[in-house]
Design a protein around this ligand. Structure first.
Ligand code: BGC
Length: 498
């Protein structure tokens, strides 16, 4: 009896030991996977690091490219496009003007009533329409412009008789077209290439104002494009209309870019007459900046290689709203694949490009709940991953913060290069000036951590004394408003009312 009992105890003992071994083995495997996951994250963090010394190198590199782009057409990756805007709004603009703001998956039609000196904007109305994805990458630019003009015509058809121009006048429109365009005058310019997920080959090399005008004719819409502007230029003009100290504009939205006021004499490639103001607004197209100093990881390189515009817009691809979510998705997908971060199989939704938008990254990054509920919800809703532990969610937040901090700090380096080019990076004895930069774009407006990080970094780069003279001012929807105001200052009826 005693022997049997001993036997059972021995058998049980073996079973318990075996089970314990399995548990230990599983734990070791799990912890080996966790170690592997942490290595992947650490490696990513190192590759994305942006110490101040590196940001200064980025800014130095950008200044070199700014000079090269101003020296000759095509002289640099930075296009430094001459905009033909040689005088910015004064606040005296008056009358009824329209804007069409096209630059992302949505476009806006806007009507603005300007009251003249001291009255500002009296009335403003807009509609926003989303563009069917098939038109953004289709074969026909007519199809895109027809769609847009149909909505514009509808907007006009619905307005009251108060807005009808007198029979001797045409309605006038500022066309914000937020892609790289070489302008040939204030109201004409040819498209160099598409960005931000647009790709309609036949439009490249064409005059976008002519394309829009033809579409307006097809729809029997009697309207004249009196200004063609990039969104940065519209934002700069809208900013200046409200505040005389505005000298530059930065867009941080789906894409990214900046414009600033340059001395006309510092633009060797400009062969036209020197403007009376002595100034010219330059659309930098900074999104296309590329430098060996940009911190790039393998996730960025793969994103670029698989994009519609490989090799282009590298700076934009590490800092703008269209791409931040996609970078985070790629890191998570790699963690799932290489370190079984979400379990033994890779959740299929993790493999879907662009499924994770930047608003979700922003929400997860800024989740202040103790159990990171927002992160859990987003992982479930977007990727159908419901088994995240708090420890895993913390890692996900960390990845979001790495991506956002790199983007924000690199944009601060871009702003530094403009300040240096304009000589606004020092405060001279007895000199008192304020430098206001008009900022627009959903990324800047809604992603608070990104915005704070950009500002803190700019402070670090410029030092407190200079930073105190600089204001980054949110200019919501400035691009459309500014285009309508530029349509006013370039109206063919200018002076005929006086
Ligand atoms: C375009 C720019 C534009 C920026 C912000 C970039 O992709 O090339 O023209 O200003 O996006 O919308």
């Amino acid at each position: 009896m005693g022997k049997v009992a001993v036997g059972i105890v021995v058998v049980c003992g073996v079973a318990v030991a075996a089970a314990a071994a399995v548990v230990v083995h599983r734990r070791m495997k799990k912890s080996a996977k966790w170690v592997k996951a942490m290595e992947i994250v650490k490696d990513f963090e190192i590759k994305c690091s942006t110490p101040i010394s590196r940001l200064r190198q980025v800014a130095d590199g950008m200044i070199v490219e700014m000079h090269a782009g101003l020296a000759s057409e095509g002289g640099s990756k930075l296009k430094m496009l001459v905009t033909y805007v040689d005088s910015l709004p004064t606040g005296k603009e008056k009358g009824l003007f329209y804007a069409l703001d096209l630059g992302g998956t949505n476009f806006r039609v806007l009507r603005l009533q300007l009251g003249g000196k001291g009255h500002g904007i009296i009335n403003q109305q807009f509609v926003e329409v989303s563009i069917p994805p098939s038109l953004m990458t289709g074969d026909s630019s007519d199809a895109l412009f027809d769609f847009i003009v149909a909505k514009l015509a509808k907007f006009i058809a619905q307005e009251g008789s108060d807005f009808k121009p007198t029979p001797d006048r045409q309605r006038e429109l500022g066309f914000t077209f937020s892609f790289p365009v070489v302008q040939t005058s204030i109201a004409s310019g040819t498209l160099l290439k598409w960005t931000k997920g647009f790709s309609i080959n036949e439009a490249v090399g064409r005059d976008v104002v002519a394309e829009l005008t033809k579409a307006m004719e097809r729809h029997g819409l009697d309207m004249r494009v009196s200004a063609l502007v990039n969104d940065t230029v519209g934002t700069l003009a809208g900013g200046r209309f409200a505040n005389n100290d505005v000298v530059a504009a930065v867009i941080l939205g789906t894409g990214s870019n900046a414009a600033y006021v340059e001395r006309a004499s510092a633009i060797p490639k400009w062969h036209g007459p020197l403007p009376k103001s002595g100034e010219m607004v330059i659309n930098m197209e900074w999104g296309n900046f590329k430098s060996a100093h940009l911190p790039l990881s393998e996730y960025d390189l793969e994103l670029d290689a698989e994009s519609l515009n490989p090799g282009d817009q590298i700076y934009e691809k590490v800092m703008s709203g269209m791409y931040l979510g996609e970078i985070v998705r790629r890191v998570l997908s790699w963690l799932a694949q290489e370190a079984a971060f979400f379990g033994d199989t890779v959740p299929p939704k993790l493999k879907v490009p662009f499924i994770l938008g930047t608003p979700a990254v922003s929400a997860m990054h800024q989740d202040t709940s103790p159990d990171l509920k927002m992160v859990a919800n987003h992982m479930k809703d977007i990727f159908e991953i419901s088994n995240t532990s708090l420890k895993m969610r913390k890692v996900i937040v960390h990845i979001c913060s790495i991506v956002a901090a790199r983007g924000a700090r690199l944009s601060a380096a871009g702003v530094l290069s403009i300040m240096r080019k304009m000589g606004r990076d020092t405060v001279k004895e007895g000199e008192k000036h304020r430098t206001v930069i008009a900022m627009d774009g959903g990324l800047y407006e809604h992603y608070t951590e990104y915005r704070k990080c950009l500002e803190n970094c700019l402070h670090e780069l410029l030092g407190t004394e200079v930073f105190k003279t600089i204001v980054l001012e949110l200019s919501r929807d400035g691009s459309g408003i500014g285009a309508a105001i530029l349509a006013a200052s370039h109206s063919k009826y200018l002076g005929s009312d006086d």
